[in-house]
Design a protein around this ligand. Structure first.
Ligand SMILES: [Zn+2]
Length: 320
């Protein structure tokens, strides 16, 4: 009898009834997961994750296995969206395929989707400097990939089915010129489902590219770019930083001034409202020295939480 009472007590205290779905989601976003995902992706064994090469393929397999183990569904029946970019056709790499990894959580309404993404490819192997030749790309962009994986987990942990379908994307070929995201967008908007209707509208896209470094020693700085047509995105960002006590002081530069461009651009070109998180260029940008031990993990976690909250709004608010 004593035993039964005790076990009832334990099961009640484990599932805390006071937590909202958002709090349930936030509770699974943590430093341990960020370190794990970034640690694997930026390890030497993935050889700099160059698009179309063995390290890139291994990275894709790892990401796919994480999403599958979480229980996310493959988008349109397959986690991998393979394609041969134009720049490979007619070259020695003619057989090389690049692959985006795409998974989703169906919404109550599947006629509208919202998306979040980050590129997982990087620069591969370079000429040796000292005893190093691998572009680990810990900030660029294992940091962004870790955010997408944690946010997928958070949506599942919320225990609430989103109002709209949420698609999680890990892009290939970004470093070669936004190849993966461009392919996805072109394919999406030209895809004609049967019965004949137009492509499913994408109501918003969030991009994370290089979210793990400090700026001039400032550990809280983040550049939060967003579409001018959606000033409400800026309001969400400011109010959620306050409400959830995130250690972030965002800059809001205009999207036109974003450094070098990233995978939000093909979406912008189709009129999809976007948010883009980035912690600015730094001395290790596109160098062999972009390594995992230089990442500010607490900051990656807080930007991940903020992007989760933004995506939650996109997925669940009636209008925005
Ligand atoms: Zn890069």
């Amino acid at each position: 009898m004593k035993y039964i009472i005790l076990s009832v007590f334990i099961s009640f205290s484990i599932c805390s009834f006071s937590q909202t779905p958002i709090e349930n989601g936030l509770s699974v976003i943590n430093r341990y997961n960020a370190e794990t995902y970034i640690g694997v992706l930026a390890s030497d064994s993935l050889q700099g994750r160059k698009a179309g090469q063995i390290g890139g393929v291994k990275a894709a397999q790892y990401i796919e296995s994480v999403l599958m183990n979480m229980g996310l569904k493959p988008w349109r029946g397959k986690y991998e969206q393979s394609f041969t970019p134009d720049i490979f056709i007619g070259t020695a790499n003619a057989n090389t395929k690049l692959k985006n990894i795409l998974a989703y959580i169906p919404g109550r309404n599947t006629d509208e989707i919202v998306m979040i993404g980050a590129h997982y490819d990087h620069l591969g192997i370079g000429s040796p400097m000292g005893n190093d030749s691998i572009y680990n790309g810990a900030d660029d962009n294992a940091s962004g990939v870790s955010a997408i994986l944690q946010i997928a987990k958070a949506f599942l942990a919320s225990g609430q089915k989103p109002a709209r379908t949420v698609v999680f994307a890990l892009w290939d070929g970004e470093e070669m010129g936004l190849l993966g995201s461009t392919y996805f967008v072109e394919n999406h908007f030209s895809y004609i489902p049967i019965p004949l209707t137009s492509a499913i509208p994408i109501l918003g896209y969030i991009n994370c590219d290089m979210i793990g470094r400090n700026k001039d020693g400032d550990g809280s700085h983040v550049s939060a770019f967003y579409s001018e047509a959606k000033p409400i995105f800026g309001q969400w960002i400011k109010s959620d930083i306050k409400k959830y006590d995130l250690a972030l002081s965002p800059d809001f530069p205009s999207l036109g001034s974003s450094p070098g461009g990233s995978d939000h651009m093909p979406f912008m070109d189709k009129g999809v409202p976007v948010i883009f998180y980035n912690t600015d260029l730094h001395a290790d940008y596109h160098r062999l020295s972009d390594e995992a031990d230089k990442i500010n993990y607490e900051k990656v976690v807080d930007i991940t939480k903020l992007a989760f909250l933004n995506l939650w709004n996109m997925a669940n608010l009636d209008t925005f």
